[in-house]
Design a protein around this ligand. Structure first.
Ligand code: PMP
Length: 432
């Protein structure tokens, strides 16, 4: 494969854009490589500016559950844009969107649209603080909730990938208000509630993690978290920016059978346009301005193009009775294929998967159920695996601490090719 044009493009971008990218993990720096520049995408494939085509498991980091450039989404966008692109005034589309969200996730009685996942979690935390009159928030080590100051403490995703889970620029005061606990370790949560129970406004969690790779909660842990929040009057915030409409039609909350007080959304809800949302019980949401005293606003919030793309995608997901079964089948086929490869080559690694979200962890451990387990992974092996995969036309997230996404557009043939490429990559690593 030739990467000449991408290499040149990156050199130029470095001159004008910090690190050459508008979001750090894209730089491929964590796998000691240069990024490929994408020119176009269609269905399950992305194509770079050198003309290389890849089977895509990044899916724009989650939104593209129907695949790229879905004709219905494009049609909705082009029809909507003919009528103007932004008004900063109420539109019918916004109510349609809110109704659709409530239909698919009934715990969200009332929802406010914002422009990114980061905005969603930031606003949900402010609301939780305003509603409870308390200051503290509990988050989990390795979970990522966007780049708000309050959540860049022991954060996952790019912050973890680049070794900056606690970034400079966050004041000690802010850091002081964030308590960290361990995923799947209820005692670590209970200890905070015992000590600070009457000043904890909220607990925020990725109900299935994606930002330290896919880690699955035990039922007892999640129920325990719910019970502790209820007992101490703290709001339980499920950050479903990644898992919402992804791991199941009703998100992780429907899979786990646990109702959070607030939910944050992003990615899929925008159909590939910049969108986030947060919602929950009406009684809580009504504390937001103009109804209530907690301020939050946005010039482009509820933007008609974003609403049209997102609503079209959500309706397609809601109305196609087979779509989640098919995602489960294909992702299951991928999981099995990857596991067979590992067995055949006697290669130490663990595959975790929930619905169409998966991670292949390069570890000698039997299971990966905690942040401590994730930290035992061999990121050097991951880097090699990533590069060999890319060169054989498989586009993975360039970090061990991320999830891969299967979309409705992936074909059985795509999955088979991926399993073969994975086998070859593992073999090359063994031979190194
Ligand atoms: N929460 C979670 C669970 C996420 O996965 C992400 C992004 N990966 C965010 C919040 C932040 O979303 P955004 O990048 O749109 O700000």
């Amino acid at each position: 494969m030739e990467f000449t044009k991408s290499i040149q493009a990156f050199q130029e971008a470095l001159e004008y854009i910090p690190g050459g990218v508008n979001s750090p993990v894209r730089s491929f720096r964590s796998v000691e490589s240069d990024p490929v520049f994408i020119e176009s995408a269609q269905g399950s494939k992305v194509r770079d500016i050198d003309g290389n085509e890849y089977i895509d498991y990044v899916g724009s980091w989650g939104p593209m559950i129907l695949g790229h450039a879905h004709p219905d989404v494009l049609k909705a966008l082009s029809e909507t844009m003919q009528k103007g692109t932004s008004f900063g005034a109420p539109t019918l589309l916004e109510t349609e969107m809110a109704k659709q969200v409530r239909k698919m996730m009934p715990s969200i009685e009332s929802v406010r649209m914002v422009n990114s996942g980061t905005e969603a979690t930031m606003s949900a935390l402010r609301l939780a603080r305003g509603y409870t009159g308390r200051d503290l928030v509990i988050k989990f080590e390795g979970c990522y909730h966007g780049h708000n100051d309050s959540f860049l403490i022991a954060a996952g995703s790019g912050a973890l990938t680049f070794g900056t889970p606690n970034t400079p620029g966050v004041t000690t005061g802010t850091a002081h208000d964030t308590l960290t606990a361990q995923f799947n370790d209820l005692d670590s949560v209970a200890a905070h509630f015992e000590k600070h129970g009457d000043n904890i406004a909220a607990l925020i969690i990725e109900p299935v993690t994606g930002n330290m790779g896919v880690v699955i909660p035990t039922k007892e842990f999640m129920q325990g978290v719910r019970d502790l929040c209820t007992k101490h009057g703290a709001l339980l915030i499920f950050d479903e920016v990644m898992t919402g409409f992804r791991v199941a039609k009703g998100g992780a909350q429907s899979l786990l059978g646990i109702e959070p007080d607030l939910t944050t959304l992003g990615k899929i809800i925008g159909g590939g346009l910049p969108v986030g949302a947060y919602g929950g019980k009406k009684e809580i949401m009504d504390h937001l301005a103009p109804q209530g005293p907690v301020y939050q606003a946005g010039t482009l919030s509820g933007n008609p193009l974003a609403m049209a793309a997102g609503l079209t995608q959500l309706r397609l997901l809601d109305n196609d009775s087979m779509i989640y079964d098919d995602l489960e089948r294909k992702a299951g086929m991928l999981e099995e294929g990857l596991k067979n490869n590992l067995r055949e080559l006697d290669f130490p690694a663990v595959v975790n998967r929930v619905g169409s979200m998966f991670t292949l962890f390069f570890t000698k451990e039997e299971k990966v159920t905690s942040f401590a387990d994730v930290m035992k992974c061999d990121t050097k092996v991951f880097s090699d695996y990533f590069k060999y995969s890319l060169e054989s036309g498989i586009y993975l997230a360039p970090s061990q601490f991320e999830a891969g996404f299967v979309s409705a557009a992936h074909t059985d043939e795509d999955i088979q090719r991926t399993i073969e490429a994975s086998y070859n990559a593992l073999k090359k690593i063994k031979q190194k």
